[in-house]
Design a binder for this molecule. Sequence first.
Ligand SMILES: Cc1cc2nc3c(=O)[nH]c(=O)nc-3n(C[C@H](O)[C@H](O)[C@H](O)COP(=O)(O)OP(=O)(O)OC[C@H]3O[C@@H](n4cnc5c(N)ncnc54)[C@H](O)[C@@H]3O)c2cc1C
Length: 369
Amino acid sequence: MSLWLDGERRAYPPLDADVTADVAIVGGGIAGIATAYFLARAGARAVVLEARGVAEAASGRNAGFLLAGVAENFVAASRRYGAERAMRVWRLTRRSQTLVRSLVAEHGIACDLRWNGSDQIAGDDEEWREVSESARLLAARGAAVALDAGRRAATYADDGELHPVRWVRGLARAAVAAGARVHEGTAVTSLERDGLATERGRVRSGAVVLCTNAYTARLAATRVRAVRGQVLATAPTGPVFARPAYARRGYEYWRQTVDGRVVVGGWRDTAADEEVGEDERTTDRIQSRLDAFLGVHGIDAPVTHRWAGIMGFSHDALPYVGQTDERRFVCCGFTGHGMALGPASAELAAALVRGAAHDDADLFDPARA
Ligand SMILES: Cc1cc2nc3c(=O)[nH]c(=O)nc-3n(C[C@H](O)[C@H](O)[C@H](O)COP(=O)(O)OP(=O)(O)OC[C@H]3O[C@@H](n4cnc5c(N)ncnc54)[C@H](O)[C@@H]3O)c2cc1C
């Protein structure tokens, strides 16, 4: 079981009648809950339908890193998207960090939020050239970053970490306080012309937003693919790591929680053929790699939690946020970085649903090549 879901409880009843709303949101992860929050704050009647519980899928099974940028370092992202677009994406993730900081403070969300920065650690010489060049380019644009050639690491001072379930559930409470409705245990079975259907009730709405990430293909045509990630957590132990680390192009990551647990995940690339699909199963193949990491670092605290979560990968590693049909929108495809990309993407989705102007309206166009 995920460390973050251990001991946490659901709070909202299933939908059991037909209802009307301005906007129906499918999915109660960070994307759906944040979209509902921003819509409710703007005065829209928003209802969230979540098949399981809030943050029980990827949003409750991740590592809780709030990193600026995307999966790739900034040089690699610039090569792929062009320097200007990569910079806009980087700024949007910084916007997400600002949103987390202000929303946690405004709503008093107890989620162990800390801003200790993060280490980006290169796995080989080529990656180190990119990591150090990325740091120089971003420093010139205002990022607080320091290089350590000995460790082949760049330390970004402004990155954060948190308890993802307490964060998303705290934001759900804020969304409900602002007027949104949330229904857990409510699977959407089909989309309809004027809303959607669930097992026990229909929602008639002016718009539907799919915040279903890895599971989007169940309801609509999509390019999102389901990819599995695995993690373990130890019992509390003495201080080992000062801040979250993101290493070897993000295929390895680790941090230590406020109460001293070591959380380590990744190594998906060592079994790329197996780590796909919707099965939230851990495997010996990956978990033995995570155990080996503990051994290398001399961490002998017992492992208390092992879990898997399913990520939604897009075709180009950027999310899809925008309108796909007359009344239909998507906010999904976060490619393993939705805790960082989610809040600002949801803010964008909420603006697009309301027909409001937004500087990044074109950034994550779902129909892009
Ligand atoms: C192991 C792992 C580690 C990660 N680490 C990080 C990290 O450190 N930092 C970071 O930024 N990101 C990380 N991520 C990625 C991050 O967790 C995701 O990108 C993010 O949680 C996606 O949020 P979401 O709301 O789009 O999707 P989800 O949290 O998956 O939510 C989608 C929801 O939709 C619901 N749903 C689907 N279909 C239906 C339906 N038909 N009816 C009703 N409900 C439905 C699901 O039940 C689910 O709750 C990690 C992911 C994993 C798996």
